[in-house]
Design a protein around this ligand. Structure first.
Ligand code: UD1
Ligand code: CA
Length: 446
């Protein structure tokens, strides 16, 4: 049994975001801010992971995953009021409560672990994670006495002129002794500039009672960025982007320009893969070893085999076999399984298709709902006409087929192994094995 309980506050609207979407659902590197926080929290293995939801709570609930207990804060009366909503759970718990804000997506497990350990070692009533900022505006300030003891936290809007100059700020991440927190929550009031129940007042209340109020200064303030506006969101994105790129570089991936390379947090990349600038790798993508990606490519939810080369192309929901070459300017839409040593060339669109080993679609083609065998060559400008205006139909092309340039294949249709079509053919009927067809509509060659 863990003696840790986490509470993530995610009920606020996030007015400063100017958005229809609740703030905590805004994404940083493809994952919502609150999900970042919850994933980090669950790595600490708490006995309970509580999330306080309110503004568009159902939407937040539906879009978060994990072992989470949701509690509702009907009216957003402040961070202290948000924690009050978890009272029933707090009453049944005896240990350390870690409060996290749903808008601090960059926090790392290491920092939180350090905070919890520090709090428990000192047997503190409360331990605040603090940071020193050149520009502390917007944040709550840590007020200390002459010998450095923490007296409390003063919110930005409530500071005196002198307090406003304090550079040590409250990151918002705090550990509490559960019983002392419960008691202190009863003493919170709304007597402040924002008329809210501030969670931050708990520190002052406990300090006055002579309890141990501790502060742990972080050496990496970037981790504690609280996102309140779209400007902050962009900053958070940059920090995480850098962190993810560094992780892959440290694992043996070459990233030519990390500044212009976006890799989502769940992406896996094998050793000696090289990523050229202006590349986006998103969702559940896995790229194997010795792959060359970019410049200017976007890969989403795809599996890319060893030694594949992808240039200036978009690949979504597809599987690409070893040594295949894609692009420049190819568009692979969902549902493709491309074999090994295949060439998908320039200005080729492929959708929901299987292409066998060593086949080639080198230029200017549309291949949709199609199965192509091995070693088949599809000439420039070939179109599979898969849509009759109402339904989609499949095209099946065998092994060792030669489709002449500018052929149109009217689906449903089957093209036999080793058959040939002449340039400019419009193929409306099945073609037999080894047959050569030409013309419009294509007929067997005499
Ligand atoms: C808060 C802290 C401030 C700290 C800063 C760090 C308080 C009073 N202030 O200010 O000391 O420096 O974070 O980023 O805690 N929320 C609710 N219910 C509410 C209000 C807020 O769930 O009624 C949630 C929000 O969704 C958000 C988090 O609490 O995830 C923080 O709220 P926010 O309004 O952003 O607080 P700050 O003004 O940034
Ligand atoms: Ca905030």
């Amino acid at each position: 049994m863990s003696d840790l309980l986490t509470i993530t506050l995610a009920a606020g609207k996030g007015t400063r975001m100017k958005s229809k979407l609740p703030k905590v659902l805004h994404k940083v590197l493809g994952k919502s801010m609150v999900q970042h926080v919850l994933d980090t929290a669950s790595n600490l293995d708490p006995s309970l992971n509580i999330t306080v939801i309110g503004y568009k709570g159902e939407e937040v609930k539906e879009n978060t995953e994990g072992d989470i207990k949701f509690v509702e804060q009907k009216e957003q009366l402040g961070t202290g009021h948000a924690v009050m909503q978890a009272r029933e759970y707090l009453k049944e718990f005896d240990g350390t409560v870690l409060v996290l804000y749903g808008d601090t997506p960059l926090l790392t497990e290491e920092t939180l672990n350090r905070l919890v350990k520090d709090h428990q070692n000192k047997e503190a009533a409360v331990t605040i994670l603090t940071a020193k900022l050149d520009d502390p505006s917007g944040y709550g300030r840590i007020v200390r006495d002459e010998i450095g003891n923490v007296l409390g936290i003063v919110e930005d809007k409530d500071t005196t002129q002198d307090q406003a100059k304090i550079k040590e700020i409250n990151t918002g991440i705090c550990c509490f002794n559960s019983r002392l927190l419960l008691k202190a929550l009863d003493s919170l009031d709304t007597d402040n500039a924002q008329g809210e129940y501030y969670l931050t007042d708990v520190a002052g209340i406990l300090a006055k009672e002579g309890k141990v109020v501790s502060a742990m200064l972080t050496d990496n303030y970037k981790e504690t960025i609280g996102v309140n506006s779209r400007r902050h969101l962009a900053k958070a994105e940059k920090v995480l982007q850098q962190r993810v790129c560094e992780y892959h570089m440290d694992s043996g991936v070459t990233i030519i320009d990390p500044q212009s390379t976006y890799i989502d947090t769940k992406v896996k990349i094998g050793q000696d893969t090289i990523i050229y600038p202006f590349t986006f790798i998103e969702g559940e993508t896995e790229i194997k070893e010795d792959v060359i990606v970019g410049p200017q490519s976007r890969i989403v939810d795809s599996v890319i085999g060893n030694k594949v080369e992808i240039e200036s192309s978009t690949i979504v929901g597809s599987e690409i076999g070893d040594r295949t070459v894609v692009g420049p300017y190819a568009y692979l839409r969902p549902g493709n399984k491309i074999g090994q040593g295949v060439k998908i060339g320039d200005f080729v669109e492929v959708k929901n298709s299987q292409i066998g080993n060593e086949s080639k679609v080198p230029h200017l083609s549309y291949i949709g709902d199609t199965t192509i065998g091995r070693r088949t060559n599809v000439g420039a400008g070939t179109i599979t006409a898969n849509y009759d205006g109402e339904n989609k139909h499949r095209t099946v092309i065998g092994d060792d087929v030669f489709i002449g340039s500018d052929s149109t294949l009217i689906a449903p249709i089957r093209i036999g192994d080793r058959s040939v079509s002449g340039a400019g053919s419009v193929i409306t009927k099945d073609v037999k094995e080894g047959e050569t067809v030409i013309g419009v509509p294509a007929k067997p060659k005499e």
